[in-house]
Design a protein around this ligand. Structure first.
Ligand SMILES: *Cc1c(COP(=O)(O)O)cnc(C)c1O
Length: 385
């Protein structure tokens, strides 16, 4: 099976991990600090907190913003479920914003419309989770303008987007958000096995997030509530978690970061081959916005009808290509259905999800894969004509 995506691990990556295994620290050593610094430097942001995965980073992102029971959080309707679950972990309720079918990204008109209604009803959300699907940034400046007007905080779920750019600047620099989260799951642009990171420009959010990721324990005497009582004294100041990343994972991350641009370039070149084929009109790749440079995390293409998409999807799977849909709308899942989500509110998400496919794309993928996949697309289109 040729997967839709996969990691690239080099001998250098392996050597870096082995070094940690021979060192004094398997966790909470120098590699985590180094990894945080390398991602923060790459993105041009002041603070980065590494976590054991992006889901936990999203959870403490919500907690750092004070989200709790009684609050509402809005989430892009097309994403991985973790984008919404983080608010549920805090006891907040979740509502969804529709997407543009052409990009799979938050629909600005729908966001503006919903904010206006919520404001009138006195039920504004506390935060919005914006998702940079496939590695392309949402229109963050416009989203920030809308949200600031209503005092809504912004979390960027950039799990797909490390290495992408918005307005010429790296995604993750938090110019238009309170927080940004990356995932280092094996299919994402940088792989550590499991891993995530939370980025912010706010020293307060950073401190809160760092404590939350480590039991709520404060070790810095200047931040203690009580005077030091003994040599071994430290304070748990609130309820935190163990969401730390290990040095073993972080060492892989540091090494992977050094070849991030190379990996994106390789994916971009393969994407060009798909683009050339689809420029004939056989399908429509996700629309790219001006000023956005994608990380090429996923190659998503949309077809003219759900029937054609389904045929192409089944045929590709049967031929050994591990194509996928990213994603079915979150409100369609039974869990969110039990909360009363009505799919009639998300026509853009329904249209997107009934016509999209993620085709295989990863560093070093043979161009013959593009040829085989596109030949199958041509055949399936011909069958329906
Ligand atoms: C992968 C992913 C996550 C979760 O990442 P983990 O590191 O596996 O917890 C969250 N949101 C999106 C959009 C993702 O693609």
């Amino acid at each position: 099976m040729i997967p839709y995506s996969r990691q690239t691990v080099t001998e250098e990556d392996i050597d870096e991990v082995v070094k940690v295994l021979r060192s004094d620290w398997l966790t909470q050593g120098p590699a985590v600090k180094q990894f945080e610094q390398s991602v923060a430097d790459y993105c041009g942001v002041s603070y980065a907190v590494a976590t054991c995965n992006a889901t936990s980073a999203l959870h403490i992102a919500c907690l750092s913003l004070g989200i709790q029971s009684g609050d509402e959080v809005w989430v892009a309707s097309i994403s991985f479920v973790a984008s919404a679950n983080c608010a549920r972990y805090c006891g907040a309720s979740v509502n969804f914003v529709d997407v543009e079918p052409s990009t799979g990204l938050i629909s600005l008109p729908d966001l503006a419309r919903l904010l206006k209604i919520a404001d009138k009803n006195g039920k504004l959300p506390k935060a919005l989770v914006a998702v940079h699907l496939a590695g392309q940034s949402c229109a963050m400046q416009e989203i920030a303008q809308l949200c600031q007007h209503y005092n809504v905080r912004i979390i960027e779920d950039a799990s797909h987007a490390l290495g992408g750019k918005y307005q010429g600047k790296p995604i993750g620099n938090c110019e238009y958000s309170d927080l940004c989260v990356f995932s280092f799951h094996p299919v994402k642009p940088v792989a550590t096995g499991e891993g995530g990171m939370l980025l912010t420009r706010s020293a307060n959010i950073e401190r809160k997030a760092r404590l939350l990721a480590s039991h709520g324990i404060e070790r810095l005497p200047e931040n203690w509530v009580h005077p030091r009582k003994s040599e071994w004294y430290y304070e748990q100041q609130f309820l935190g978690y163990n969401y730390r990343l290990s040095d073993i994972h972080a060492a892989l991350g540091v090494s992977q970061m050094s070849r991030l641009d190379e990996r994106i370039q390789s994916r971009a070149e393969i994407a060009q081959h798909y683009n050339a084929y689809f420029s004939t009109g056989a399908g429509t790749p996700l629309l790219r916005s001006d000023g956005c440079e994608t990380s090429h995390h996923l190659y998503i293409v949309r077809f003219d009808s759900p029937l054609l998409r389904d045929n192409i999807f089944s045929r590709l799977r049967a031929c050994g290509f591990g194509v996928n849909l990213h994603y079915m709308p979150i409100p369609e899942h039974p869990y969110y259905q039990t909360m009363g989500c009505d799919m009639a509110n998300y026509p853009g998400a329904v249209e997107y999800a009934s016509t999209a496919i993620s085709l295989p794309l990863f560093q070093g993928m043979d161009i013959d894969v593009v040829k085989s996949v596109t030949a199958i697309v041509t055949q399936e289109i011909a069958k329906l004509n």
